[in-house]
Design a protein around this ligand. Sequence first.
Ligand code: ADP
Length: 163
Amino acid sequence: MDTIVYPGSFDPVTRGHMDIIQRARRLFPKVVVLVAFNASKTAFLTAAKRVELLRACVAEEGWDNVEIDSHAGLVVDYLKARGLRVLLRGLRAGGDFEHEFSISLMNRRLWHDVETVYLPTREDVMGVSSSLVREVARLGGDLEQFVPKPVEIALRAHFSGEK
Ligand code: ADP
């Protein structure tokens, strides 16, 4: 069984992502959560901050077989460089499938050895997305049910500084 790489924006990490990581770490010996960023795409948090928050959330849970890393560029290039070939993605009901399916086809065209494994979302975090979390945070709503504590604190600090 291989190490699995879970790539995404994690802008910021949510309870939906944490659920996928927690379930994957029971199925695979090691999970690498990869903040994949594109220098020309504007994000909400910097890649360094997203990595820092993921590390804080994983440390808080005591998940010792989860590593956090970041990479600017193609995810398949990251896999090749590390001698890995299995990707993990989460699937929510609705539009995720079409989007995820085209990403997996594109990745396979870029490198035929890559495989993608999907975990379906858990019902209670199905509607949670980073974009909605950013919106709720901006409007001062309750974040606890959507994000782990370190993210809640960071978002509060971010938006209180804006006011
Ligand atoms: P990206 O910008 O690459 O889609 P995201 O950080 O938004 O990155 O998501 C990373 C992965 O996590 C994607 O496969 C996405 O479908 C999945 N994901 C996000 N939120 C949830 C959730 N609530 N439940 C299950 N999977 C999720």
